[in-house]
Design a protein around this ligand. Structure first.
Ligand code: GDP
Ligand code: ZN
Length: 288
């Protein structure tokens, strides 16, 4: 028996990275009967005689789209410009990841084109105050690249971002020949780069980097309750409002609004929360 991690999955064939080798295996019938779906990132036990997965460990977290389990860190990749940096989207992504119990960090690319360093440093400080790291990158200068490379070591890392933010450039910098690697990976599985919908894990410095093609925009399919529980930095205030189901907008005796007044919770971030709740209510109204 060997333990390993599922690094690719296609039509019931899985590649499992064990400490010594990568095995191509199938899942035992038992899992199919249990309707237990094995996904990339799963820690499994493989019987090397029959080349079948005989056991799947409980997941510490999982996402459905992209389908991936046991993510140690999700890097939300945003560009300073083209598309414009949006603190609103940062908070939206972070809320989504918090809900899924995945620790987020922020990467801002194209900082060589930054005209307002101070404003960007301000967002970085605000996030740092809530315990989140931010990395400023640019293809023209080193900046935080070294720190980022150190940060990703030994972890299963997921990179999320809209197209055009410089995700491919970044991954190619971290992992030279990234495109080639992904390309050969895909063709060995009998498909081209652009047909790849599944997540792939690439071994990197004792951990893994996840390639997530097709993940562009994000539908926040959370209830208002789930959003207020997972919005960055809200945790310490949850359960301290007068109303049990307080969503911290119009309610009286709201612990969160008091924290904003006392400058314990940043006004700028609270404003983004209001924007998010507004968008959610409008979306729901449209659906009716
Ligand atoms: P992706 O769609 O997120 O994979 O983005 P790409 O890596 O293809 O990059 C989109 C565009 O942004 C390309 O024209 C890149 O050359 C450019 N770009 C990426 N990173 C940087 C950067 O740090 N600075 C500048 N000035 N341009 C960048
Ligand atoms: Zn409240």
């Amino acid at each position: 028996m060997m333990k390993g991690i599922v690094i690719s999955s296609r039509y019931g064939v899985f590649e499992v990275d064990t400490a010594s080798t990568i095995l191509e295996v199938k899942a035992r019938g038992l899992f199919r009967h249990q309707k237990k779906k094995i996904i990339v990132g799963d820690y499994v036990t493989v019987d090397e005689e029959t080349l079948t997965i005989v056991e799947v460990e409980d997941r510490k977290n999982e996402l459905i789209r992209p389908a991936i389990a046991n993510v140690d860190r999700a890097y939300v990749v945003m560009s300073y410009i083209e598309p414009d940096f949006s603190p609103y989207l940062v908070m939206k992504f972070f809320t989504y990841l918090n809900y899924h119990q995945i620790t987020p960090s922020l990467i801002v690319t194209k900082m060589d084109r930054c005209q307002n360093r101070e404003a960007m440093e301000k967002w970085k400080d605000l996030l740092k105050g809530l315990g989140y790291s931010t990395f400023f990158l640019s293809t023209k200068q080193e900046e935080d690249m070294k720190a980022l490379k150190e940060d990703i070591q030994g972890k299963t890392c997921l990179f999320l971002g809209q197209s055009g933010v410089g995700k491919s450039s970044l991954l190619n910098t971290i992992f030279p020949k990234w495109d080639l690697k992904i390309g050969s990976y895909s063709s060995s599985l009998g498909r081209g780069r652009h047909q790849t919908k599944e997540v792939l894990l690439l071994p990197y410095e004792g951990g893994y980097l996840a390639d997530t093609p097709g993940f562009s925009s994000l539908e926040l399919e959370l209830t208002m309750q789930e959003i207020q529980e997972n919005f960055p930095g809200f945790k310490p205030y949850i359960g301290h409002c007068f109303f049990k189901d307080c969503i911290h907008v119009h309610e009286k005796k709201c612990a969160l609004k008091e924290a904003v007044e006392k400058e314990q919770y940043p006004q700028e971030l609270y404003d983004l929360y209001l924007e998010l709740t507004k968008e959610i209510t409008e979306d729901r109204r449209k659906l009716r």
